[in-house]
Design a protein around this ligand. Structure first.
Ligand code: FAD
Length: 387
């Protein structure tokens, strides 16, 4: 049974039941799966995991934008398998722009297929020269009668090469910055769209580059036109960012579980590690930081589920705090496990390799802190100027 007491104030009774169910599923069906030994194997494994998630109905909270359910699912799934969490995350990132745009037709069908686990999504925003400064992207979208023609290259794209569709952001007018960016849904087999190569991480996570060479899509593929596409991308990230924090909490919770068990079982100097005050101090700090992280994550999700238009501040706090805390917690778990914690087949070593990227993707910690300070200062300015 997962710890729901800490976050109980933010959950309905049905959420508590969902938490237990998804935790049971993740432990029984995901935790038992071996970590793929290569990038090729990870790509096959990701597709198999997607089918399992879809069959079980675990992706259903994505189109209804039930953030607390998505967060609970990501916590449980990330604790069992960071790769499965990445699969979950990308189904949400790939589908949410379509859902938020209220698109019908082929675009809506991609969402149905994604939720059923039959189609894999991708979210193509980043480029080699446009990371945090995403508005400087160079991929272009040119109008040709009613069609759009895409040209350029996206990098660091999760599911590149194995996705069935991508939501793609592109510049419609040079020099316009964010005001020129539009968003499209593009099937992976669209003529002119190619997989340009894998970018291999130390933890299994299909990632890579995709290229657009005169890739023509019909007008209906445009989810949001110039300027609105950028806003749609930001709204998607704003909505889902707190759930990255949830995944971090799941990884941290698993690390704490493994470290606590080890501290009770492992004996040195004639007593269990748990008897040493320096180890106890670590466990206390890990548990406290995890609780604080979960409170921030579920606060953000709860505020959104109650109908808030934006949760920019709440989700930036949740994402930055939870991912930074999770990194410290997983690192402490490795320390408590000693040499066993750096053996490549140990679950804590897998968490150690997996948790690091969370501080980078969907907006780095530094960018989140700029966002938090910006919101804080804007609110202070408004209060000062109020008559
Ligand atoms: C595992 C993984 C999966 C990813 N999946 C996707 C995906 O599916 N789709 C997608 O579009 N992208 C994806 N990305 C890309 C990700 O969103 C970017 O890596 C991220 O936005 C940071 O961009 P960058 O790597 O170019 O770093 P940079 O922007 O070059 O930043 C480098 C460093 O400089 C700091 N920095 C930058 N600007 C400032 C500033 N103004 N003030 C202070 N510090 C600053 C950053 O915080 C960071 O520490 C993924 C990345 C990873 C690692």
């Amino acid at each position: 049974m997962p710890d729901v007491d800490t976050i109980r104030a933010f959950l309905d009774d049905a959420d508590v039941e969902f938490a237990a169910a998804v935790d049971g599923f993740a432990r029984a069906e995901l935790a038992i799966r071996a970590e793929p030994a290569s990038d090729d194997a990870a790509r096959i494994e990701a597709r198999e995991i997607l089918a399992i998630l879809g069959r079980g109905g675990w992706l259903a909270p994505i189109p209804t934008r039930n953030l607390r359910r998505i967060a609970l699912a990501r916590e449980a799934i990330a604790a069992a398998s960071p790769l499965a969490d990445a699969v979950y995350a990308l189904q949400a990132l790939g589908s949410t722009p379509i859902v938020l745009a209220g698109a019908g037709g082929d675009a809506a069908r991609w969402v149905e297929e994604a939720v059923a686990g039959r189609a894999m999504g991708g979210f193509a925003m980043t480029e080699h020269e446009a990371g945090s400064d995403v508005a400087s992207m160079a991929t272009t979208a040119t109008r040709d009668r009613s069609d759009w023609v895409l040209d350029g290259e996206k990098a660091f794209i999760s599911n590149a090469g194995i996705a069935d569709f991508y939501t793609v952001f592109a510049q419609t007018e040079a020099g316009k910055g964010s005001k020129g960016i539009a968003c499209f849904v593009v099937p992976a087999d669209a003529p002119g769209l190619t997989f340009a190569g894998a970018q291999v991480l130390s933890a299994p996570h299909p990632l890579g580059r995709i290229r657009f060479d005169g890739c023509r899509v019909p007008a209906e593929a445009c989810l949001a036109g110039p300027g609105d596409g950028f806003k749609l991308g930001l709204a998607t990230l704003d909505l889902l960012r707190a759930t990255v924090g949830a995944a971090a909490c799941g990884m941290a919770a698993r690390a704490l579980e493994e470290a606590t068990r080890h501290a009770l079982e492992r004996r040195q100097f004639g007593e269990p590690l748990a008897g040493f005050q320096l180890v106890r101090e670590k466990l206390a700090r890990m548990a406290t930081e995890l609780a604080a992280a979960r409170l921030l994550v579920f606060r953000a999700a709860w505020v959104k589920d109650r109908g808030a238009e934006r949760v920019t501040l709440e989700s930036a706090m949740a994402k930055s705090y939870a991912t930074e805390a999770a990194q410290r917690i997983v690192d402490d778990a490795v320390q408590i496990l000693g040499g066993r914690g750096v053996l490549a087949d140990h679950p804590v070593d897998r968490l150690y390799r997996s948790v690091r990227a969370l501080r980078i993707y969907e907006g780095t910690t530094e960018i989140q802190r700029l966002v938090i300070a910006g919101q804080l200062l804007a609110r202070a300015g408004e209060a000062r100027d109020r008559p």
